[in-house]
Design a protein around this ligand. Sequence first.
Ligand SMILES: C[S@@+](CC[C@H](N)C(=O)[O-])C[C@H]1O[C@@H](n2cnc3c(N)ncnc32)[C@H](O)[C@@H]1O
Length: 475
Amino acid sequence: MDEHLPLAAQKASQDDQDYEEQAHFHQVCRSYQQYATFHQTIWQGVSHRVHKLLGGSHGRRHNNSTASCGRTGPTVASILPAQLTSGTPENQAMGKEFCNATIRNQFFLDTVLRYSGKSDSCFHLMFYNCVPTSQEVLRETQQNSRRIDWVTEDQLSKVDSVLKSVARDWSMEGRAERGVIYERMLIALERYLPLDEKADPKRVAVPGSGLGRLAWEIHAKGYTVQGSDFSLPMLLASDFILNGCAIPDDNTNSSNGASGHRQFNISPWIAETKNVTSFENRIRSVTVPDVDPSSIQDQCHGVGEPPQFSMMAGEFLALYSHFLPEHQNCSHDHKQNSEKFHAIACSFFLDTAPSLPEYLITIYHMLEEGGILLHFGPLMYHWSGHGALIPKDLVGNTSMDDANGRYMSRNAYLDPRYLSNVDFTWEEVRQMIVNTGFEIVEEEMKIPALYTSNPNSMMEVSYKCVFLVARKKSR
Ligand SMILES: C[S@@+](CC[C@H](N)C(=O)[O-])C[C@H]1O[C@@H](n2cnc3c(N)ncnc32)[C@H](O)[C@@H]1O
């Protein structure tokens, strides 16, 4: 597997950018390192709330005072299940199991971090091999009485999302969820872009590839694949799963049927506290990865070039804008990345666009004539829902530009992408796809699909997705 992973770096102001990238990388590492500590602290906080509940007006205190008045009946203390009452054996056992679940997850996250510092990781050269694990950080902090630079809850929630995405893409439990999408994509690819053993493999881009399973599945069929994503928490984990789980040959015990790749038990749903059926379901673990990601490394495909696999780190438009005609003559780093694609497979990706028309135009120029766009997903619009124009913005203003200026400064604390986002209907998206220069060859509506769902939760968000196959017309 090609582990080449260039950042979408522009040469201008390279130092500043390097510094920002490093700072971001270290912040993401801290969120990985602090995972178990955060969740154990959250657990302590909830235990304390329960404790206070027992001392509240309907708890022990009330019970004591009413006892003297002769009042009997249920109290908070008497109705709480034993496992919630501090000090009971059941409570201690539950706390221990929760703690073990956080340690399971931390072990996985630490292994990811440790791998990112290794020479075969894509991140090694970029970040100077300096990624300590949670234990190393703790030890170093204690020894030097250093102040800990805690991450925010928001940053931690990204690590929770990574664990759920790992379960979606790389566990047996995620198979049904991802199958609905990835199977459709693979069938359509083979139908509209059949492999030709006598030719070089067809090139497929998978933008917003998340944990990389779709990209990997397409590569496993024999296509050259370039996945990409801009989320560092996701990229660290996908780099590890795709490249770091193989056991070196001399450590593999094939004679006793042992698996040829490392597997981990993770508990992806421990952060969920609502709609939980039972404590056991909250800490339930899944085994990842369910397949050996390195198993397709040396496959032989026909007489042409062997299919390549690569992952790019960067924002989609920044990574691929060099395909736009207006950027064709610019000198840039993308020479080796300027070959057009035969297909672009977007799973739950188009609605991440801060500007959907720009995504579509870029996709159009990334494709060869006759190339295929595959889209599966809802229209959740990631940059939607914050900051709308309100009547106050219009008061006393004569022009919309003035009103917009007021609106922009009122919302200056928001990422500007929220302020320029437009939520298009599917009809409008479809029309734009056609207007860009595609013919629609397949379209299916209302396909039920889940996204990182917990099969045991009492709540399930099912999207009614669109699956679309469109072909770039010849000019
Ligand atoms: C909803 S997830 C879908 C992940 C994966 N395709 C799947 O179906 O499981 C969207 C992915 O796109 C990535 N993403 C969002 N906006 C992006 C952008 N502008 N450039 C690159 N990646 C982006 C996110 O980091 C995330 O991994």
